[in-house]
Design a protein around this ligand. Structure first.
Ligand SMILES: NC(=O)c1ccc[n+]([C@@H]2O[C@H](COP(=O)([O-])OP(=O)(O)OC[C@H]3O[C@@H](n4cnc5c(N)ncnc54)[C@H](O)[C@@H]3O)[C@@H](O)[C@H]2O)c1
Length: 148
C-alpha cells in the first residue's frame, strides 16, 4: 500500500524521534499531543536534533528544511488520524489510555489506515481489541506482532 501521511500520537521521547525519522524519510508527518506547549517543546527538540545532524554531516541542510516542511503539529487526535495512512501511537504505557486512544483513532482514521502501537510490554492483541481492524494493527516492538 502507498503510505504518504504518517500520524504520530504522543510527542514524548519516542514520538518525537519517530516523527523526526518519518519526516526525514519523506513522509508527510503529523505529530499529535494533548497541548500546544508539549508540541512546541517537541518541535524545538526535533529542530535541534536535525541541526545536529547537519553539523555532523549526516544530513544536508536542504534535507533538514524539507523534513521540517513535512512536519505538522496537531492537538486533535481525530483530525490527526483522519488524514493518515499509518498511525504510530507513542502515548504513556497505560492500557486504559492506549485503549481509549485506539478506539477514537479507529473511528477517525480511513478504513485503509494501518494502526501501530509503540508499547514496550502491553499485549498487542488486547490493545487491538479496542479497534474493529485487528488485521491492520501492528506492534512496533513486540514479538507477538500480528502476521497474516
Ligand atoms: N522511552 C523509551 O525508551 C521507550 C522505548 C520503547 C518503547 N517505549 C514505549 O513508547 C511509548 C511512549 O513512551 P515515551 O517514553 O515516549 O513516553 P513519554 O512520556 O516521553 O511521552 C508520551 C507522550 O504522550 C502524550 N500523551 C498522553 N496522553 C495522550 C493522548 N491522549 N493523546 C496524545 N498524546 C498523549 C504525553 O503528553 C507525552 O508527551 C510507551 O508505550 C513506552 O512504553 C518507550
Amino acid at each position: 500500500m502507498n503510505i504518504k501521511t504518517v500520524a504520530v500520537i504522543g510527542a514524548g521521547i519516542m514520538g518525537r524521534g519517530i516523527a523526526h525519522v518519518s519526516a526525514l524519510a519523506g513522509f508527510d508527518t503529523v505529530l499529535n499531543d494533548i497541548s500546544d506547549d508539549l508540541l512546541q517543546d517537541a518541535m524545538t527538540r526535533i529542530r535541534r536534533d536535525l541541526q545536529k545532524g547537519v553539523e555532523q554531516g549526516k544530513i544536508t541542510n536542504a534535507s533538514m528544511h524539507s523534513a521540517l516542511e513535512r512536519l505538522a503539529l496537531d492537538t486533535s487526535l481525530e483530525h490527526s488520524g483522519a488524514g493518515a495512512d499509518l498511525v504510530i501511537e507513542a502515548v504513556p504505557e497505560r492500557i486504559d489510555l492506549k485503549l481509549d486512544v485506539f478506539a477514537r483513532l479507529d473511528r477517525a482514521c480511513p478504513p485503509h489506515a494501518i494502526l501501530a502501537s509503540n508499547t514496550s510490554a502491553l499485549s498487542i492483541t488486547e490493545i487491538s481489541s479496542a479497534t474493529k481492524r485487528p488485521q491492520r494493527f501492528i506492534g512496533m516492538h513486540q514479538r507477538d506482532r500480528w502476521s497474516p
